[in-house]
Design a protein around this ligand. Structure first.
Ligand SMILES: Nc1ncnc2c1ncn2[C@@H]1O[C@H](COP(=O)(O)OP(=O)(O)OP(=O)(O)O)[C@@H](O)[C@H]1O
Ligand SMILES: [Mg+2]
Length: 140
């Protein structure tokens, strides 16, 4: 059931909101190198499933396995550390922060002492903007 060729597996994921049973025992298998499209009408539960897999929302029931190992995802950062990222359709920017800080929100490079490594913040953001051919100063 939990063969290690499976990168990610969900088993009987369940989630309810007040008045809505959004996910009813959802099984989903993802093998390495696969790309899946999740298709369903508005309110079918697509976003809810993705939010549970990326630990933005807690599940009511069911199990999540990564490479055959059951995991209890504690936070989006924990999920990301395990290789699960989420790219949102609608991004929220923080208008009071710089371009670089928005790009690296939640994952600012730190020094060993724990303080933010500002020169790396700006060089890393600059590199990413450059990769996409975006001509915006990371310090803006
Ligand atoms: N935070 C929430 N609180 C209450 N109900 C919610 C919440 N999030 C989702 N729901 C409900 O759960 C169900 C599934 O919603 P979900 O957003 O996962 O659907 P979806 O398939 O992503 O839809 P869409 O195609 O519109 O993006 C819907 O009935 C929705 O109203
Ligand atoms: Mg959605």
């Amino acid at each position: 059931m939990t063969g290690s060729s499976l990168l990610l597996q969900t088993e009987a994921i369940d989630k309810s909101f007040p008045g809505v049973h959004a996910l009813n025992r959802v099984d989903f298998d993802l093998k390495e190198g696969e790309v899946h499209v999740l298709l369903g009408e508005n309110g079918a539960g697509k976003s809810t499933l993705m939010k549970i897999i990326s630990a933005t929302l807690p599940k009511d029931g069911g199990k999540i396995f990564i490479r055959g190992q059951e995991v209890e995802l504690m936070s989006p950062r924990h999920a990301r550390d395990l290789g699960i990222g989420m790219v949102y359709q609608e991004l929220s920017l923080v208008p009071t922060l710089s371009v670089a800080e928005n790009i690296l929100l939640g994952r600012l490079p730190k020094r060993k002492s724990g303080t933010v490594h500002w020169s790396r913040v700006f060089t890393e953001a600059h590199r990413l903007l450059d990769d996409f051919g975006v001509d915006i100063s990371p310090r803006q």
